[in-house]
Write a protein that binds this ligand. Structure first.
Ligand code: SAH
Length: 346
């Protein structure tokens, strides 16, 4: 049996250069092919027009170019675009383009499904099938960048890792994708415009601080009381708030960058005085801001967004304590593209 062809995009630039040298060509050829793969994001060797036909055929014999296929594009009334992204093995993830007057943001997935079991999130109903490779994450961003140019006439400005999956449970690949997204040979984006959102894996938060990463960190907090948080985010039993707090203090000490807490207020779950007090207390540990996210219903109504009065109550109490609060309206709800709604429905 012929050996299975390797995915050429799994090779680093150095490895590509070495491959050409080992095959009697110049190392520089590796740079050219790398530019086609990552800068111009071509999906076939035939498109590499400054490479000789013989070399292209040689590549064809040795490698495949695994790539995503944007299968289905849905556009919301508010301009949000949702992509159903088919991976080389037929699995599907979703990614979202969110336009505003001043920017366009890509919301990308890091895993197929999710291993966490957050009770309010549609993705949790899909079991985790596998991690995405760095190039599969990169491709989602590149595809959205193209759509941004096509639909809105400007380049993508921001990226949030808030699609399917828990990025810190696929840390190595997420980091590699960000290296490519920020490198001049990739999309050349600033890491300051990238936010990785996590339910909170303390060990990896510390590792990120040690790795001196330059992107932003958001933590899906939703409650600062262990009992409440565990009831809606069961993995909190394994990674309790005490450990999360310690890792965030470590993060801030090393990076000096403030953290964003994402928080949904639900009636009957975290709308009591003690819930607000616990959040205020938690916000005192490291410099931070709070994004209050609108709840996007996913089910039979077990979770209900708290009333506007209750939400205002949160806002005024947090502000009284000098905490910065933003209220985040949902985008793309009509096409199931909003936070927590990504579940491969179509
Ligand atoms: N696993 C990562 C990233 C994916 S979720 C994380 O937990 O941060 C992205 C954000 O959407 C998180 O803040 C999550 O708590 C929130 N979210 C999940 N389901 C939601 C829903 N139904 N309505 C509103 N926000 C939701």
């Amino acid at each position: 049996m012929k050996p299975k062809k390797k995915d050429i995009r799994a090779l680093t630039k150095e490895q590509l250069r070495d491959f050409f040298v080992a095959n009697g060509d110049k190392a520089f050829r590796g740079n050219q092919v790398y530019e086609w793969l990552w800068g111009k994001v071509v999906h076939s060797f035939e498109d590499m027009t400054n490479i000789s036909i013989a070399t292209r055929e040689m590549l064809q014999e040795n490698f495949v170019i695994n790539h995503i296929e944007v299968d289905n594009i849905q556009r919301s009334k508010d301009g949000t675009v949702k992509n159903a992204v088919r991976l080389h093995d037929g699995l599907v993830v979703e990614s979202v383009l969110i336009p505003t007057d001043t920017r366009t943001t890509a919301c990308v997935s890091s895993q197929v499904g999710c291993s966490l079991d957050c009770k309010f999130c549609a993705t949790s109903r899909l079991k985790r099938m596998r991690n995405l490779n760095p190039d599969e994450i990169y491709d989602q961003v590149a595809a959205i960048n193209k759509e941004s140019l096509l639909y809105y006439n400007h380049k993508l400005s921001n990226i949030v890792f808030m699609g399917m999956g828990e990025p810190l449970m696929n840390y190595n690949n997420v980091i590699k994708s960000i290296e490519k997204i920020t490198s001049p040979e990739g999309l050349g984006m600033s890491p300051k415009r990238i936010t990785v959102s996590t339910s909170g894996v303390p060990k990896i938060i510390k590792k990120m601080a040690d790795d001196d990463v330059k992107f932003n960190l958001a933590v899906s907090l939703h409650s600062a009381i262990d009992e409440v948080r565990t009831s809606i985010m069961p993995f909190n039993a394994t990674f309790p708030l005490k450990d999360l707090r310690e890792s965030l203090e470590y993060w801030y000490e090393k990076t000096q960058r403030r953290i964003t807490y994402e928080y949904v207020v639900w009636g009957g779950i975290n709308d009591r005085k003690e819930d607000i007090e616990a959040l205020i207390q938690f916000c005192s540990y490291v410099p931070c801001k709070v994004n209050l996210i609108e709840y996007n219903p996913i089910d039979d109504g077990e979770f209900q967004q708290a009333s506007p009065q209750e939400i205002n109550n949160y806002i005024s109490n947090l502000e009284m304590h000098g905490i910065v609060v933003n209220v985040r309206r949902s985008r793309g709800k009509d096409i199931d593209a909003a936070c927590g709604q990504l579940a491969n429905k179509s």
